[in-house]
Design a protein around this ligand. Sequence first.
Ligand code: ZN
Length: 498
Amino acid sequence: MTQTTQQRFMDLLKEQSSYGEAIGLMAWDMRTKAPKKGIDGRSEVLGVLSQKVHEIQTSQEMRGYIDELKGNVADPIVQRSLEEAEETYEKTAKIPTREYREYVTLQSKAESMWAEAKEKNDFESFRPYLEKLVEYNRKFADYWGYDEHRYDALLHNYEPGVTVKVLDEVFPKVRKALTHLLQQTQEAATQPDPSVLEGHFPKDKQAQFSEEILKRMGYDFDAGRLDETVHPFAIGLNTNDVRVTTKYDEKDFRTAVFGTIHEGGHALYEQNIDPKLAFTPLADGTSMGIHESQSLFWENFVARSEGFWKNHYELFKKFAPESFQDLPLEKFYPAVNEVKPSLIRIEADELTYCLHIMVRYELEKALIGGEIEVKDLPELWNQKMEDYLGVRPQNDGEGVLQDIHWSGGDFGYFPSYALGYMYAAQLNTAMRKEIDVDQFIEMGDFKQIKSWLTENVHQYGKMKKPLQILNDITGEGLNPDYLVSYLSGKYKKIYNFS
Ligand code: ZN
């Protein structure tokens, strides 16, 4: 019996992931190449296809396969696919269809209202939408259920296994260490001079350099491509078609160079998932946090390291304009690692980045928990920015309205960024016990680093849960000490304090 049921189950998953691939390709096209007039019609087509996926996920057919196959499956891939399908089914089925539809409509409306509000620094015009989004998320969390904190139900969607209890233990520890380090860098006698990085850097030259680095990282251009966009992203359509986009700023090469390497780290993950997982829900990164650990590993631990620039500075100069030709590496390296508390998360340096995340986490947690309301947000945001980073936004555009996430109803997502960074530091330490990472970086030879990541992380896709990946590699759970000691070692050297 089960052989044919199993086959039909896997066929249904294939149909689902085929719609998923079509949606992904259209979304990529909309964000890169599509003509302006085509956007509205395309959005409708995307809506129709998304509805189709939703129907498959919650169909009687799917429910039937889950009931029949549960406990009767030997193949581990089918087994894990079954678990994923069941979780999705349960999660979706718990939300009344009418509420789900209303929520989807609200999401798209809220996103455009947010963009307008941000442009005009006008929180009030966005407030009613955000209030509704929060209301729905509180309700959904209650439908899904949780043990201790309502926010846990939302966290679970992005980082299964991580809870408020874990974050409330880890984040304050990290915050204390980072604010202390931040103070030390600010008071240090040695200060990097970022003005040396100024100067016009033609887009095509930035693109050539970025492409060369992507190739060296092991990104397969026969199974991907690099395009330009306003908001950079990586998207895996299937393991043989994983695309990267980047943004060029001719006044600041760092945006494109570090941005491309970051997205390249995401892309390497998806290009190297075991092909056996194709057409299942497992052919994807296992969580937002683990995905981010891959991008941040390449961006920070590799590309912002001294060894990387020792090797690649000559290559960089080949593409760089005249103004860089006499700039010694001893000035360049500290400049690309300057620490400076700022208002905008996506422009934050390695040291202050997690503090931005903590501001958002604490507000989200309190909002979803019902301890604060949306109307309180602008003031609380500004206050927390001042407490954590020592800077205060002058308007809501550079404050509470800066990120797109809440306008799409994405609550519970932000912590993944900080978790990814901590995971990356843990992986970095584990990798160094097995291979000479510094030497390979300095040689510009990334083959073994990439193989290590593929062997320990990439290949599994969703076969392993995030904390299982971490545990199998490091023998422990989430531990922020590695990130703190990495950052303190790095900045002591650059800023010359003890
Ligand atoms: Zn990322």
